[in-house]
Design a protein around this ligand. Structure first.
Ligand code: GLN
Length: 213
């Protein structure tokens, strides 16, 4: 058990510095990862949001695709947010021609699932392992052209879903009941961006997964 693990943030595209800040706030040492040697030096890795098709291309250009795939297979703890969730999925719906993922999580993810009408939105969500702790409040979440998990295999633990109803009781129009946070072993994925809200509890959950080894 290492209480201050070194965690990398894949730094090819996306909001890297916000993740570095949230990880440090949650008690880890955080470093950007662009090379294989950096990947080999970390005990866990965050895949930030951005554009999954671009990150996929950059992973191949930087020769990180295969090493990352191998690291996930070997049990490296990885947390993927938004585009990062897409990268962790074994299967994608609405991907572009030839789009590949790192995989590891037995889920089918739908890209840009919430559609144009609700491109981006915020919500307070119950997240298992966080808001159900004593004194835990719902997590403020930000969704930006976000994916959702369409279908999850038996090994996948569902941590959060879009609720069926809003707090005033009206039915949620898009995505009601869809999975937006999940865990499978050492892999954690959220459709939303927790790094831009100032609430580092999702990062703290990931740091504890890394620290547990
Ligand atoms: N829509 C993006 C994709 O398909 C993800 C958006 C995000 O990471 N904020 O990769």
């Amino acid at each position: 058990m290492n209480p201050t693990p070194t965690i990398g943030v894949l730094a090819l595209q996306g909001d890297v510095s916000e993740h570095v800040g949230a990880l440090e706030h949650a008690g880890a040492r955080a470093i950007p990862v662009r090379r294989r040697s950096e990947l080999e030096s970390v005990e866990g890795l965050v895949l930030p949001g951005g554009e999954s098709t671009t990150i996929d291309k950059l992973l191949r250009i930087f020769e990180l695709h295969d090493p990352l795939r191998a690291a996930v297979k070997d049990g490296l703890p990885v947390y993927g947010s938004c585009a990062g969730m897409i990268l962790l999925a074994e299967r994608i719906e609405a991907g572009i021609e030839g789009q590949r993922t790192i995989g590891g999580m037995d889920v089918t993810v739908r890209r840009n699932a919430f559609g144009r009408q609700v491109d981006s939105f915020e919500a307070d969500l119950d997240v298992a392992g966080i808001s159900d702790l004593p004194g835990g409040a719902p997590v403020r979440t930000v969704f930006i052209r976000a994916p959702w998990i369409e279908e999850a295999g038996p090994e996948v633990e569902v941590l959060a879903r879009i609720p069926e109803r809003t707090t005033d009781g009206s039915p949620v129009r898009v995505g009601a009941g869809k999975i937006v946070a999940a865990r499978q072993g050492r892999l954690l994925a959220t459709s939303f961006h927790p790094e831009i809200t100032g609430d580092s509890r999702v990062h703290a959950l990931f740091v504890s997964m890394v620290a547990a080894g």
